[in-house]
Write a protein that binds this ligand. Sequence first.
Ligand code: THU
Length: 136
Amino acid sequence: MSVTAQELETLSIKAIDAKATAYCPYSKFRVGACILTKSGEFITGANVENASYPVGTCAERVAFGTAVVAGHKEFKALAVATDISPPASPCGMCRQFIREFTSLDFPVYMYDGEGKHKVMTMNELLPESFGPGQLK
Ligand code: THU
């Protein structure tokens, strides 16, 4: 199921806007994320840091957690936005978290501070991944 140009436009705007909701007083590194569900909804997240540094959560996991508790289990695409260039890609922990809910061809769009993007599939980001299928 591929993403339309209009969906991608909305996904990117929402991921970039979500950077403004980041709570990152320690790193000052803003990350915004937006997921497009198969039902056509857009769900955003941003990184939420903590005075006890390792307790902080990445934008991608905030977005997926929010989507899952809202009842969504099937997703079409993810966009992640930061202020750096080249764009940042999801950290290792987030890759595994995302993999739980996505197929290997799931696209992850990564936006830099100027709105330029790079796209990679889940399989490219996390090859030979361990997923729910292994426990069936
Ligand atoms: N961060 C994310 O939100 N997503 C990533 O994939 C990489 C890192 C956040 C965590 C922390 O709040 C800040 O960026 C610096 O590491």
